[in-house]
Ligand binder design. Structure first.
Ligand code: HEC
Ligand code: HEC
Length: 210
């Protein structure tokens, strides 16, 4: 009896996992363009626009190196500076070793409050994994990292599109960059423009500048 229940449970949970995998894999499927349908030149132009987004403070301030110190670019400022109050992401990247990010950056799907309130999102606030480093890197370096599955969380071009859509479905960090709270600057274009550019760049074979 107990054994049957266990087997039934195992089946149920594995089919839920399979279903989740299917749903997640489909997140960006409608955005993807047929591979090879975009020229390398058009792909490079798309990359230039992507570069302007990923190097923008609203993105790069979290994608920092192993020192795990988040960066601030408050409203009215354009120069990056170290996060105030001696904040440190630690190896956990969520500040578990010192003060957790969530102490101030609460998890919430409500719109961001006007600056200088700490930004928030629908998922727990944290630094990006250390291999996804963008802050202080050149466009060419970021391009090479972003297309390298060994350094981007195992994602191909479609996987990157899935990540954008999945993050948006959770009111995550990425669409929030275009709604960061009054006064803070936003990356060029819109979130939808960024998804389109990632699709163009992917279909062109992810070309990078030299
Ligand atoms: C609050 C911090 C934070 C901000 C702000 C942020 N990210 Fe991230 N980013 C993360 C974390 C954490 C991950 C790891 C998530 C995962 O791999 O599932 C990540 C992963 C990614 C990835 C996956 C692959 C890779 O190589 O990085 C992409 C793409 C990405 N972010 C894009 C962006 C873009 C575009 C912006 C700005 C519009 C942005 N992020 C802003 C924290 C942030
Ligand atoms: C004691 C409160 C507090 C804690 C704890 C805290 N922050 Fe912040 N953080 C703030 C405030 C306030 C701002 C807004 C500054 C501004 O106006 O841009 C901010 C802004 C940021 C920004 C800038 C976002 C942007 O778009 O420019 C990043 C990145 C950031 N925090 C990351 C973190 C991370 C990662 C942690 C945990 C390791 C953390 N913070 C912990 C208060 C805090």
């Amino acid at each position: 009896m107990r054994r049957t229940t266990l087997i039934a449970l195992t089946f149920a949970s594995s089919s839920i996992l399979a279903l989740m995998g299917m749903v997640m894999a489909k997140d960006g499927a409608k955005d993807a363009l047929p591979p090879g349908s975009v020229s390398s030149a058009a792909g490079l132009q798309a990359w230039k626009r992507i570069e302007a987004v990923v190097t923008h403070p609203r993105c790069a301030n979290c994608h920092v190196d192993a020192k795990a110190i988040p960066i601030w670019t408050p409203a009215g400022e354009s120069k990056p500076r170290v996060h105030g109050m001696n904040i440190h992401g630690g190896e956990s990247r969520i500040g578990a070793e010192t003060i957790p990010c969530s102490t101030c950056h609460v998890t919430s799907t409500t719109p961001n409050d006007p600056a200088p309130a700490p930004l928030h999102a629908g998922i727990d606030w944290q630094l990006a994994p250390v291999e996804f480093i963008w802050f202080g890197k050149s466009g060419a370096e970021i391009c090479a990292q972003l297309k390298d599955p060994e350094r981007n969380g195992g994602r191909d071009a479609d996987g990157l599109l899935d990540h954008l859509r999945h993050d948006a479905s959770l009111s995550g960090f990425i669409p929030r960059a275009w709604a960061p709270g009054a006064g803070r600057t936003t990356p060029p274009g819109t979130f939808e423009d960024h998804v389109k550019d990632m699709a163009l760049w992917g279909a062109a074979g992810q070309p990078c500048p030299d």
